[in-house]
Design a protein around this ligand. Structure first.
Ligand code: HEM
Length: 366
C-alpha cells in the first residue's frame, strides 16, 4: 500500500466513525434541537435520571371542546352524569307498576322515528301534531317520558333532549322485559315541527303488503333485515281488536276469515275480540317475554297482524323469519343492532338544527 492510499483510508475511517456517532444522537423534538442534546439533563418524567425516555402524549377531552353538533356515547358524561342512572331507575319504577308500558314505549319510539325522524316530534302535544293523528290513537307511555324529563330538568336544566330520553327509555324498557342492550350515541336534538299527516302517511299500520313495508323501511334507510328483525318487537305488547277484526270475519271483502290464520288460533281470537275496544296479545305464546317466539308463531300461522304473517309467506323475508325462529341469540343481538340503526333515522344534530326542549310536550318559547 503506498502512502497516499493509506492516508486516504485513514481519512475514510475517521469520516465513517464521525458519521456513525453523529447519527446515534437521539432526536427528542424540535425544542430540544435548539439547545443541543445534554445527556446529563433530566428528562421530563424521568424521575431517577436513568436515561429512560418518556413520551408525553397530549390528551383530547371531547367534553371540553365546543363540539355540540357531534354525537357521542359519552355526550352526557360531564354534562349530566346521572342521565342514564335516572332513566334506568324511573323505567323500573314505572314498569314494576305496569309492565304493559314497556311495549308501549317501544312502539312510541318507532312511531317517532318513522314520523319525520327520531326527533321527539311524536311527543309534541298541540293541535294537528303527530300525536293527534289517527295512527297515534293507541300510543301510550307519554307520562313516563314527562316524569323522566321533569327529573332531568331538575338535575341538569336545558341539557338532555327529549329525543335522547325517548331512545334510552325504550332501550331500558326492552332490557327490563329480557331484551338486549344497545349503546346509543347521544346529543340528538328535538324538532320544533310536528304534523299529523306525517304520522298517518309514514307509519305502517298493519294492512300493507311486504313490498309496501319494504318501501316504508327503505325510505328511512333501513333494509329487509331491519324490517324482519324490528317486527320481532311484536313479541311483546298487544293490539286493539279494532286493528285485526277485518281478518277474523271479512278478509279483503270475501266475507270469510283470513285463511292464513291457524284454525284454533282463529277460534281463540274470535272469542277474545268481540269488541273493537278489547285488546289481544301480539305474541299468543309468551306475551310478557322478549324472546324469538314471535317468529315461531309465524311458522305456526299464529301471526296476529296480517303484516306479521306475510313476512313468513313472502320469499324475500321468509328465510330471515326461519333463521330467527331457529336462533334466539341471533334475534336478540340483531335486534339491538337494528334498534340503534332505527334511533339514527333522520336525526337533528347539525349546527342550528332543532333544540333541547325543556318540556317534551311543547316547543321552547324563547
Ligand atoms: C313493520 C311494520 C309495523 C307495523 C305494520 C306495525 C303495526 C302495529 C300495530 C297495528 C300495532 C297495534 C296497535 C293497536 O291497535 O293498538 C302494533 C303494536 C306494537 N308495535 Fe308495531 N308495527 C310495525 C313495526 C313495529 C316496530 C318496528 C316496532 C318497534 C321496534 C313495533 C313495536 C310495537 C309494539 C311493542 C307494539 C305493542 C304496543 C303496546 O302494547 O302498547 N312495531 N304495531
Amino acid at each position: 500500500m503506498n502512502p497516499s492510499s493509506s492516508s486516504f483510508l485513514f481519512l475514510l475511517v475517521i469520516f465513517l466513525v464521525y458519521s456513525i456517532s453523529a447519527s446515534a444522537i437521539p432526536v427528542i423534538g424540535d425544542n430540544d434541537v435548539d439547545e443541543g442534546f445534554d445527556p446529563s439533563k433530566k428528562l421530563e418524567g424521568d424521575k431517577d435520571n436513568n436515561n429512560e425516555f418518556t413520551l408525553k402524549v397530549p390528551t383530547l377531552e371531547l367534553d371540553d371542546l365546543p363540539l355540540d353538533d357531534l354525537l357521542s356515547f359519552n355526550y352526557y358524561h360531564k354534562r349530566c352524569p346521572d342521565f342514564e342512572a335516572i332513566i334506568n331507575r324511573k323505567v323500573h319504577e314505572w314498569i314494576n307498576k305496569d309492565y304493559t308500558l314497556a311495549p308501549s314505549l317501544l312502539r312510541l319510539h318507532f312511531h317517532d322515528c318513522f314520523g319525520r325522524g327520531c326527533d321527539a316530534s311524536i311527543l309534541l302535544n298541540h293541535e294537528g301534531s303527530e300525536r293527534t293523528a289517527a295512527a297515534s290513537k293507541t300510543l301510550r307511555g307519554f307520562e313516563v317520558i314527562d316524569d323522566i324529563k321533569a327529573e332531568l330538568e331538575n338535575k341538569c336544566p336545558k341539557t338532555v333532549s327529549c329525543t335522547d330520553i325517548l331512545s334510552a327509555t325504550t332501550r331500558d324498557a326492552t332490557v327490563a322485559l329480557g331484551g338486549p342492550y344497545w349503546s346509543l350515541p347521544y346529543g340528538r336534538k328535538d324538532s320544533r315541527i310536528s304534523i299529523a299527516k306525517d304520522a298517518d302517511e309514514l307509519v305502517p299500520m298493519g294492512h300493507e303488503n311486504v313490498t309496501s313495508l319494504l318501501e316504508f323501511f327503505q325510505s328511512k334507510g333501513l333494509n329487509v333485515l331491519d324490517l324482519v328483525v324490528l317486527s320481532g318487537a311484536h313479541t311483546i305488547g298487544r293490539t286493539s281488536c279494532e286493528s285485526i277484526q277485518y281478518r277474523l270475519y271479512n278478509y279483503k271483502g270475501t266475507g270469510k276469515p283470513d285463511s292464513s290464520i291457524d284454525a284454533k288460533y282463529l277460534n281463540f281470537l274470535q272469542r277474545k275480540c268481540r269488541w273493537g275496544s278489547d285488546y289481544v296479545d301480539l305474541d299468543a305464546t309468551t306475551p310478557r317475554k322478549f324472546d324469538n317466539m314471535y317468529y315461531k308463531n309465524l311458522e305456526k300461522k299464529m301471526g296476529l297482524l296480517s303484516t306479521d304473517q306475510l313476512l313468513y309467506s313472502d320469499p324475500r323475508t321468509s328465510p330471515i323469519v326461519g333463521a330467527l325462529a331457529d336462533t334466539p341469540s341471533v334475534f336478540k343481538s340483531q335486534f339491538g343492532v337494528s334498534m340503534a340503526r332505527l334511533a339514527d333515522v333522520q336525526i337533528l344534530s347539525g349546527k342550528g338544527e332543532g333544540e333541547i326542549r325543556t318540556n317534551c310536550n311543547y316547543v321552547n318559547s324563547y
